[in-house]
Design a protein around this ligand. Sequence first.
Ligand SMILES: Cc1cc2nc3c(=O)[nH]c(=O)nc-3n(C[C@H](O)[C@H](O)[C@H](O)COP(=O)(O)OP(=O)(O)OC[C@H]3O[C@@H](n4cnc5c(N)ncnc54)[C@H](O)[C@@H]3O)c2cc1C
Length: 402
Amino acid sequence: MKENVHILGGGITGLFMAYHQVKKGNSVTLYEEKDTLGGVIGTLNKPEGLVELAANGILLTDDIKSMLDDIGLSPVFPKKASKRRYFWINQKLSQFPISILAGTKLLYSIFLKKLKFDPNLNFEHWGNQMFGSSVTKNIIEPALGGIYGTRLSELQPETIFSKWDGRGNSTIFKEIKKNKKKTYGTVSFPNGMGDLVTHLVSYLSPKITIKTGFSFSNFKEIQSLNGSVRICISLKKLLPILDSEIKLETKPNLLTISSVTRFGETKLTKKSCFGILFGKNEGVHALGVLCNSDIFVGRVQNQLHSETWIYPDLNTNKSDNSIESILETDRCLVSKKMDPPTVVYRTTWEGVFPAYDANLYKFNQVLDQLETNWSSQGKNIRFYGNYRKGIGLRSIFESTMF
Ligand SMILES: Cc1cc2nc3c(=O)[nH]c(=O)nc-3n(C[C@H](O)[C@H](O)[C@H](O)COP(=O)(O)OP(=O)(O)OC[C@H]3O[C@@H](n4cnc5c(N)ncnc54)[C@H](O)[C@@H]3O)c2cc1C
Protein backbone atom coordinates (compact mmCIF):
# COMPACT_ATOMS: atom_id res chain seq x y z
CA MET A 1 0.00 0.00 0.00
CA LYS A 2 1.18 3.52 -0.81
CA GLU A 3 2.57 5.19 2.33
CA ASN A 4 2.72 8.93 3.13
CA VAL A 5 6.33 9.80 3.94
CA HIS A 6 7.38 13.21 5.28
CA ILE A 7 11.10 13.97 4.89
CA LEU A 8 12.49 16.80 7.00
CA GLY A 9 15.65 18.35 5.54
CA GLY A 10 16.61 18.64 1.87
CA GLY A 11 20.36 18.06 2.14
CA ILE A 12 21.83 15.01 0.43
CA THR A 13 20.44 12.74 3.20
CA GLY A 14 16.89 13.99 2.53
CA LEU A 15 17.37 13.74 -1.25
CA PHE A 16 18.72 10.16 -1.03
CA MET A 17 15.81 9.28 1.27
CA ALA A 18 13.32 10.83 -1.19
CA TYR A 19 14.90 8.84 -4.05
CA HIS A 20 14.54 5.51 -2.19
CA GLN A 21 10.96 6.31 -1.13
CA VAL A 22 9.98 7.17 -4.73
CA LYS A 23 11.48 3.85 -5.87
CA LYS A 24 9.28 2.12 -3.25
CA GLY A 25 6.25 3.88 -4.76
CA ASN A 26 5.48 5.98 -1.68
CA SER A 27 3.93 9.44 -1.62
CA VAL A 28 6.65 11.86 -0.49
CA THR A 29 6.68 15.40 0.89
CA LEU A 30 10.13 16.96 1.41
CA TYR A 31 10.45 19.97 3.74
CA GLU A 32 13.53 22.21 3.54
CA GLU A 33 14.23 25.26 5.67
CA LYS A 34 16.21 27.12 2.99
CA ASP A 35 15.17 28.09 -0.55
CA THR A 36 17.64 25.65 -2.12
CA LEU A 37 18.25 21.91 -1.76
CA GLY A 38 21.50 19.97 -1.30
CA GLY A 39 22.59 21.23 2.14
CA VAL A 40 26.36 21.51 2.42
CA ILE A 41 26.97 19.87 -0.97
CA GLY A 42 27.49 22.26 -3.83
CA THR A 43 29.97 23.33 -6.52
CA LEU A 44 30.98 26.87 -7.50
CA ASN A 45 31.98 27.45 -11.12
CA LYS A 46 34.77 30.03 -10.76
CA PRO A 47 36.89 31.53 -13.60
CA GLU A 48 39.83 29.35 -12.40
CA GLY A 49 37.79 26.12 -12.24
CA LEU A 50 35.42 24.15 -10.02
CA VAL A 51 35.30 24.70 -6.25
CA GLU A 52 33.59 22.10 -4.08
CA LEU A 53 31.92 23.47 -0.96
CA ALA A 54 31.98 20.16 0.97
CA ALA A 55 32.26 16.62 -0.46
CA ASN A 56 34.69 16.18 -3.36
CA GLY A 57 33.60 12.68 -4.30
CA ILE A 58 31.39 9.68 -3.53
CA LEU A 59 32.41 6.04 -3.25
CA LEU A 60 30.71 4.24 -6.15
CA THR A 61 28.79 1.00 -5.51
CA ASP A 62 26.34 -0.98 -7.68
CA ASP A 63 23.37 0.62 -5.88
CA ILE A 64 24.75 4.12 -6.41
CA LYS A 65 25.45 3.26 -10.09
CA SER A 66 21.83 2.31 -10.53
CA MET A 67 20.66 5.58 -8.92
CA LEU A 68 22.97 7.52 -11.28
CA ASP A 69 21.40 5.67 -14.25
CA ASP A 70 17.92 6.64 -12.99
CA ILE A 71 18.80 10.32 -12.60
CA GLY A 72 20.72 10.43 -15.91
CA LEU A 73 24.13 11.32 -14.48
CA SER A 74 27.47 9.84 -15.59
CA PRO A 75 30.26 9.53 -13.04
CA VAL A 76 33.72 10.93 -13.72
CA PHE A 77 36.41 8.41 -12.69
CA PRO A 78 39.81 9.49 -11.36
CA LYS A 79 42.73 9.64 -13.78
CA LYS A 80 45.00 6.57 -13.59
CA ALA A 81 47.96 8.77 -12.58
CA SER A 82 46.15 9.82 -9.40
CA LYS A 83 46.31 6.33 -7.84
CA ARG A 84 49.30 7.40 -5.71
CA ARG A 85 48.34 8.43 -2.14
CA TYR A 86 50.85 9.94 0.23
CA PHE A 87 51.27 10.12 3.99
CA TRP A 88 53.29 12.99 5.47
CA ILE A 89 55.39 11.37 8.15
CA ASN A 90 58.74 12.45 9.62
CA GLN A 91 58.71 15.56 7.44
CA LYS A 92 58.53 13.66 4.18
CA LEU A 93 56.11 12.11 1.71
CA SER A 94 55.73 8.36 1.91
CA GLN A 95 53.41 5.84 0.30
CA PHE A 96 54.09 3.13 2.88
CA PRO A 97 55.10 4.87 6.10
CA ILE A 98 55.82 1.84 8.33
CA SER A 99 58.59 -0.74 8.63
CA ILE A 100 58.24 -4.35 7.44
CA LEU A 101 58.04 -5.45 11.09
CA ALA A 102 55.19 -3.00 11.83
CA GLY A 103 53.51 -4.15 8.58
CA THR A 104 53.70 -7.78 9.72
CA LYS A 105 52.19 -6.83 13.07
CA LEU A 106 49.39 -5.01 11.23
CA LEU A 107 48.61 -8.13 9.18
CA TYR A 108 48.56 -10.22 12.37
CA SER A 109 46.15 -7.71 13.99
CA ILE A 110 43.84 -7.76 10.99
CA PHE A 111 43.72 -11.52 10.36
CA LEU A 112 44.31 -13.18 13.73
CA LYS A 113 43.90 -10.83 16.69
CA LYS A 114 40.49 -10.88 18.41
CA LEU A 115 38.64 -7.60 17.90
CA LYS A 116 37.67 -6.11 21.24
CA PHE A 117 36.55 -2.52 21.78
CA ASP A 118 37.01 -0.88 25.17
CA PRO A 119 34.68 2.05 25.96
CA ASN A 120 37.34 3.47 28.30
CA LEU A 121 39.92 3.85 25.53
CA ASN A 122 39.90 6.49 22.81
CA PHE A 123 41.01 5.42 19.31
CA GLU A 124 44.62 6.49 19.87
CA HIS A 125 45.06 4.34 23.00
CA TRP A 126 43.03 1.45 21.60
CA GLY A 127 44.97 1.61 18.29
CA ASN A 128 48.31 1.51 20.14
CA GLN A 129 47.17 -1.70 21.90
CA MET A 130 45.60 -3.28 18.81
CA PHE A 131 48.10 -2.42 16.06
CA GLY A 132 51.16 -0.95 17.79
CA SER A 133 52.20 2.70 17.95
CA SER A 134 53.89 2.93 14.54
CA VAL A 135 50.81 1.80 12.55
CA THR A 136 48.53 3.94 14.74
CA LYS A 137 50.62 7.10 14.44
CA ASN A 138 51.75 6.78 10.82
CA ILE A 139 48.74 5.23 9.07
CA ILE A 140 45.55 5.25 11.17
CA GLU A 141 45.97 8.74 12.63
CA PRO A 142 46.40 10.50 9.24
CA ALA A 143 43.83 8.30 7.45
CA LEU A 144 41.00 8.70 9.97
CA GLY A 145 41.89 12.34 10.70
CA GLY A 146 41.28 13.17 7.03
CA ILE A 147 37.87 11.44 7.04
CA TYR A 148 36.51 12.32 10.49
CA GLY A 149 37.86 15.87 10.65
CA THR A 150 39.75 15.49 13.92
CA ARG A 151 42.52 13.62 15.72
CA LEU A 152 42.42 9.99 16.96
CA SER A 153 42.34 11.07 20.60
CA GLU A 154 38.88 12.59 19.90
CA LEU A 155 37.51 9.42 18.27
CA GLN A 156 36.10 6.15 19.63
CA PRO A 157 36.53 2.88 17.68
CA GLU A 158 33.07 1.43 18.46
CA THR A 159 31.39 4.64 17.26
CA ILE A 160 33.21 4.50 13.91
CA PHE A 161 32.83 0.74 13.42
CA SER A 162 29.36 0.48 14.95
CA LYS A 163 28.44 -2.37 12.56
CA TRP A 164 31.38 -4.52 13.70
CA ASP A 165 31.26 -7.16 16.42
CA GLY A 166 33.87 -5.81 18.87
CA ARG A 167 33.11 -8.17 21.77
CA GLY A 168 36.22 -10.33 21.29
CA ASN A 169 34.53 -13.01 19.11
CA SER A 170 35.68 -11.87 15.70
CA THR A 171 38.65 -10.43 13.78
CA ILE A 172 38.91 -7.26 11.69
CA PHE A 173 39.22 -9.39 8.55
CA LYS A 174 35.99 -11.30 9.32
CA GLU A 175 34.12 -8.05 10.03
CA ILE A 176 35.38 -6.39 6.83
CA LYS A 177 34.36 -9.51 4.85
CA LYS A 178 30.91 -9.59 6.50
CA ASN A 179 30.19 -5.92 5.70
CA LYS A 180 32.00 -5.73 2.35
CA LYS A 181 30.24 -4.62 -0.82
CA LYS A 182 31.82 -4.27 -4.23
CA THR A 183 33.05 -0.70 -4.75
CA TYR A 184 34.47 1.06 -7.79
CA GLY A 185 36.47 3.84 -6.11
CA THR A 186 35.70 7.50 -5.54
CA VAL A 187 33.97 9.34 -8.37
CA SER A 188 32.74 12.85 -9.07
CA PHE A 189 30.59 14.30 -11.87
CA PRO A 190 31.21 16.52 -14.94
CA ASN A 191 30.26 19.74 -13.10
CA GLY A 192 31.37 18.52 -9.69
CA MET A 193 29.29 17.24 -6.78
CA GLY A 194 26.68 19.95 -7.38
CA ASP A 195 25.66 17.85 -10.42
CA LEU A 196 24.47 15.10 -8.09
CA VAL A 197 22.15 17.54 -6.32
CA THR A 198 20.77 19.14 -9.51
CA HIS A 199 20.14 15.76 -11.17
CA LEU A 200 18.48 14.32 -8.05
CA VAL A 201 16.28 17.42 -7.76
CA SER A 202 15.28 17.24 -11.47
CA TYR A 203 14.43 13.54 -11.09
CA LEU A 204 12.44 14.05 -7.87
CA SER A 205 10.63 17.34 -8.66
CA PRO A 206 7.82 15.88 -10.80
CA LYS A 207 7.40 12.87 -8.48
CA ILE A 208 7.24 14.41 -4.97
CA THR A 209 5.99 17.54 -3.21
CA ILE A 210 8.85 19.86 -2.25
CA LYS A 211 8.21 22.58 0.33
CA THR A 212 11.17 24.95 0.61
CA GLY A 213 11.37 27.76 3.17
CA PHE A 214 9.64 25.34 5.58
CA SER A 215 11.14 24.66 8.99
CA PHE A 216 10.12 22.46 11.93
CA SER A 217 11.04 23.76 15.37
CA ASN A 218 9.59 21.18 17.82
CA PHE A 219 8.37 17.60 18.09
CA LYS A 220 4.71 18.57 18.51
CA GLU A 221 4.71 19.80 14.91
CA ILE A 222 6.63 16.73 13.74
CA GLN A 223 4.32 14.26 15.51
CA SER A 224 1.25 15.95 14.06
CA LEU A 225 2.27 14.87 10.52
CA ASN A 226 0.07 12.15 9.08
CA GLY A 227 2.30 9.25 7.99
CA SER A 228 5.92 8.18 8.43
CA VAL A 229 8.50 10.83 9.29
CA ARG A 230 12.16 10.69 8.25
CA ILE A 231 14.24 13.33 10.04
CA CYS A 232 17.18 14.17 7.76
CA ILE A 233 18.33 17.52 9.14
CA SER A 234 21.89 18.07 10.35
CA LEU A 235 22.79 17.17 13.94
CA LYS A 236 23.54 20.82 14.73
CA LYS A 237 19.97 21.79 13.76
CA LEU A 238 18.45 18.69 15.36
CA LEU A 239 19.84 19.25 18.88
CA PRO A 240 17.71 22.32 19.75
CA ILE A 241 14.60 20.59 18.33
CA LEU A 242 15.31 17.47 20.42
CA ASP A 243 15.25 19.66 23.54
CA SER A 244 11.45 19.83 23.16
CA GLU A 245 11.24 16.01 23.41
CA ILE A 246 14.04 14.79 25.66
CA LYS A 247 16.62 16.17 28.09
CA LEU A 248 20.02 14.79 27.06
CA GLU A 249 22.59 14.00 29.77
CA THR A 250 25.52 14.07 27.36
CA LYS A 251 25.39 16.05 24.15
CA PRO A 252 27.37 15.04 21.07
CA ASN A 253 30.38 17.21 20.22
CA LEU A 254 30.22 19.09 16.94
CA LEU A 255 33.29 19.80 14.82
CA THR A 256 34.08 22.81 12.65
CA ILE A 257 35.82 22.13 9.33
CA SER A 258 37.27 24.46 6.72
CA SER A 259 37.63 23.42 3.11
CA VAL A 260 40.08 25.62 1.20
CA THR A 261 40.45 25.29 -2.56
CA ARG A 262 43.67 26.80 -3.87
CA PHE A 263 44.43 27.46 -7.54
CA GLY A 264 48.06 28.01 -8.51
CA GLU A 265 50.57 27.66 -11.30
CA THR A 266 52.67 24.88 -9.77
CA LYS A 267 51.91 21.34 -8.64
CA LEU A 268 52.12 20.37 -4.99
CA THR A 269 54.00 17.11 -5.63
CA LYS A 270 56.39 16.17 -8.44
CA LYS A 271 54.38 13.08 -9.41
CA SER A 272 50.60 13.23 -9.80
CA CYS A 273 48.71 11.94 -6.77
CA PHE A 274 45.27 11.71 -5.17
CA GLY A 275 46.40 13.67 -2.16
CA ILE A 276 48.29 13.69 1.11
CA LEU A 277 47.17 12.72 4.62
CA PHE A 278 48.93 14.48 7.48
CA GLY A 279 49.88 12.89 10.79
CA LYS A 280 49.65 14.53 14.21
CA ASN A 281 52.57 16.70 15.37
CA GLU A 282 54.17 16.58 11.93
CA GLY A 283 54.40 20.35 11.56
CA VAL A 284 51.38 20.69 9.24
CA HIS A 285 48.05 22.09 10.49
CA ALA A 286 45.95 20.57 7.70
CA LEU A 287 44.32 17.15 8.09
CA GLY A 288 44.64 16.37 4.40
CA VAL A 289 44.85 17.77 0.89
CA LEU A 290 43.26 16.54 -2.33
CA CYS A 291 45.08 17.27 -5.58
CA ASN A 292 41.88 17.95 -7.56
CA SER A 293 43.41 18.60 -10.98
CA ASP A 294 45.55 15.45 -10.70
CA ILE A 295 42.43 13.41 -9.84
CA PHE A 296 39.66 14.50 -12.22
CA VAL A 297 39.67 16.04 -15.70
CA GLY A 298 37.85 19.33 -16.23
CA ARG A 299 38.54 20.82 -12.78
CA VAL A 300 40.68 23.80 -13.88
CA GLN A 301 41.00 26.51 -16.53
CA ASN A 302 44.18 27.96 -18.09
CA GLN A 303 46.43 25.07 -17.05
CA LEU A 304 46.19 25.98 -13.38
CA HIS A 305 46.50 23.37 -10.62
CA SER A 306 43.82 22.93 -8.00
CA GLU A 307 44.12 21.55 -4.46
CA THR A 308 41.56 21.30 -1.65
CA TRP A 309 43.03 21.53 1.85
CA ILE A 310 40.96 20.41 4.85
CA TYR A 311 41.49 22.12 8.21
CA PRO A 312 40.07 21.40 11.66
CA ASP A 313 39.05 24.30 13.91
CA LEU A 314 42.34 26.19 14.39
CA ASN A 315 40.90 28.95 16.55
CA THR A 316 42.18 31.44 13.98
CA ASN A 317 39.88 34.13 15.42
CA LYS A 318 42.18 34.22 18.43
CA SER A 319 45.42 34.34 16.45
CA ASP A 320 46.88 36.69 13.83
CA ASN A 321 47.23 33.89 11.28
CA SER A 322 44.41 33.27 8.82
CA ILE A 323 43.80 29.75 7.52
CA GLU A 324 44.92 31.01 4.10
CA SER A 325 48.36 32.03 5.43
CA ILE A 326 48.66 28.79 7.46
CA LEU A 327 47.94 26.90 4.23
CA GLU A 328 50.82 28.62 2.43
CA THR A 329 53.21 27.70 5.27
CA ASP A 330 51.96 24.09 5.25
CA ARG A 331 52.30 23.94 1.48
CA CYS A 332 55.81 25.36 1.53
CA LEU A 333 56.87 22.65 3.98
CA VAL A 334 55.57 19.93 1.65
CA SER A 335 56.59 21.34 -1.76
CA LYS A 336 59.82 22.92 -0.45
CA LYS A 337 59.05 26.13 -2.35
CA MET A 338 56.99 29.27 -1.75
CA ASP A 339 54.70 29.89 -4.73
CA PRO A 340 51.97 32.50 -4.33
CA PRO A 341 48.52 31.15 -5.17
CA THR A 342 46.49 32.52 -8.07
CA VAL A 343 43.38 32.55 -5.91
CA VAL A 344 42.05 30.78 -2.80
CA TYR A 345 38.41 30.02 -1.91
CA ARG A 346 37.57 29.07 1.68
CA THR A 347 34.36 27.66 3.17
CA THR A 348 34.11 27.17 6.92
CA TRP A 349 31.37 24.87 8.17
CA GLU A 350 30.67 25.37 11.86
CA GLY A 351 29.50 22.25 13.70
CA VAL A 352 29.09 20.37 10.41
CA PHE A 353 30.26 16.99 11.72
CA PRO A 354 29.73 15.14 14.95
CA ALA A 355 32.92 13.91 16.60
CA TYR A 356 32.73 10.10 16.31
CA ASP A 357 33.44 9.75 20.04
CA ALA A 358 31.90 8.09 23.11
CA ASN A 359 29.26 10.87 23.41
CA LEU A 360 28.01 10.17 19.89
CA TYR A 361 27.78 6.45 20.66
CA LYS A 362 25.58 7.15 23.70
CA PHE A 363 23.55 9.74 21.80
CA ASN A 364 22.73 7.21 19.07
CA GLN A 365 21.56 4.75 21.72
CA VAL A 366 19.18 7.46 23.00
CA LEU A 367 17.86 8.02 19.47
CA ASP A 368 17.42 4.24 18.95
CA GLN A 369 15.38 4.09 22.17
CA LEU A 370 13.31 7.12 21.13
CA GLU A 371 12.51 5.45 17.78
CA THR A 372 11.50 2.24 19.60
CA ASN A 373 9.26 4.13 22.05
CA TRP A 374 7.53 5.98 19.21
CA SER A 375 7.13 2.72 17.30
CA SER A 376 5.36 1.11 20.30
CA GLN A 377 2.96 4.11 20.25
CA GLY A 378 2.30 3.48 16.53
CA LYS A 379 4.45 6.41 15.34
CA ASN A 380 6.94 5.76 12.58
CA ILE A 381 9.57 8.50 13.13
CA ARG A 382 13.27 7.87 12.43
CA PHE A 383 16.56 9.78 12.33
CA TYR A 384 19.08 9.76 9.43
CA GLY A 385 22.28 11.62 8.64
CA ASN A 386 26.04 11.73 9.04
CA TYR A 387 25.79 11.19 12.83
CA ARG A 388 23.93 7.84 12.59
CA LYS A 389 25.69 5.15 10.52
CA GLY A 390 28.77 6.83 9.03
CA ILE A 391 29.91 10.21 7.89
CA GLY A 392 30.35 9.67 4.13
CA LEU A 393 27.83 9.86 1.30
CA ARG A 394 27.95 6.16 0.53
CA SER A 395 27.02 5.26 4.15
CA ILE A 396 24.22 7.85 4.07
CA PHE A 397 22.92 6.45 0.76
CA GLU A 398 22.87 2.91 2.18
CA SER A 399 21.31 3.86 5.52
CA THR A 400 18.44 5.72 3.82
CA MET A 401 17.67 2.67 1.66
CA PHE A 402 15.79 0.80 4.44
C1 LIG B 1 34.36 19.90 4.02
C2 LIG B 1 33.63 18.60 3.86
C3 LIG B 1 34.13 17.63 2.99
C4 LIG B 1 33.46 16.40 2.83
N1 LIG B 1 33.95 15.50 1.93
C5 LIG B 1 33.27 14.35 1.71
C6 LIG B 1 33.68 13.48 0.65
O1 LIG B 1 34.60 13.77 -0.11
N2 LIG B 1 32.97 12.33 0.48
C7 LIG B 1 31.88 12.01 1.25
O2 LIG B 1 31.29 10.93 1.06
N3 LIG B 1 31.45 12.84 2.22
C8 LIG B 1 32.10 14.00 2.46
N4 LIG B 1 31.64 14.88 3.40
C9 LIG B 1 30.48 14.50 4.21
C10 LIG B 1 29.15 14.79 3.53
O3 LIG B 1 29.28 15.87 2.63
C11 LIG B 1 28.10 15.14 4.60
O4 LIG B 1 28.08 14.13 5.60
C12 LIG B 1 26.71 15.23 3.99
O5 LIG B 1 26.69 16.09 2.88
C13 LIG B 1 25.71 15.69 5.05
O6 LIG B 1 24.45 15.82 4.43
P1 LIG B 1 23.09 16.03 5.25
O7 LIG B 1 22.00 16.09 4.26
O8 LIG B 1 22.99 14.98 6.30
O9 LIG B 1 23.27 17.39 6.03
P2 LIG B 1 23.18 18.89 5.47
O10 LIG B 1 23.93 19.01 4.21
O11 LIG B 1 23.55 19.77 6.59
O12 LIG B 1 21.63 19.07 5.12
C14 LIG B 1 20.64 19.21 6.08
C15 LIG B 1 19.49 20.03 5.46
O13 LIG B 1 18.45 20.16 6.43
C16 LIG B 1 17.94 21.50 6.38
N5 LIG B 1 17.33 21.80 7.68
C17 LIG B 1 17.98 22.08 8.85
N6 LIG B 1 17.08 22.29 9.84
C18 LIG B 1 15.86 22.15 9.30
C19 LIG B 1 14.53 22.20 9.82
N7 LIG B 1 14.29 22.48 11.10
N8 LIG B 1 13.48 21.98 8.98
C20 LIG B 1 13.71 21.71 7.67
N9 LIG B 1 14.96 21.63 7.13
C21 LIG B 1 16.01 21.83 7.93
C22 LIG B 1 19.19 22.33 6.08
O14 LIG B 1 18.87 23.60 5.58
C23 LIG B 1 19.92 21.44 5.08
O15 LIG B 1 19.53 21.69 3.75
C24 LIG B 1 32.28 16.13 3.56
C25 LIG B 1 31.76 17.11 4.43
C26 LIG B 1 32.42 18.33 4.57
C27 LIG B 1 31.83 19.39 5.47
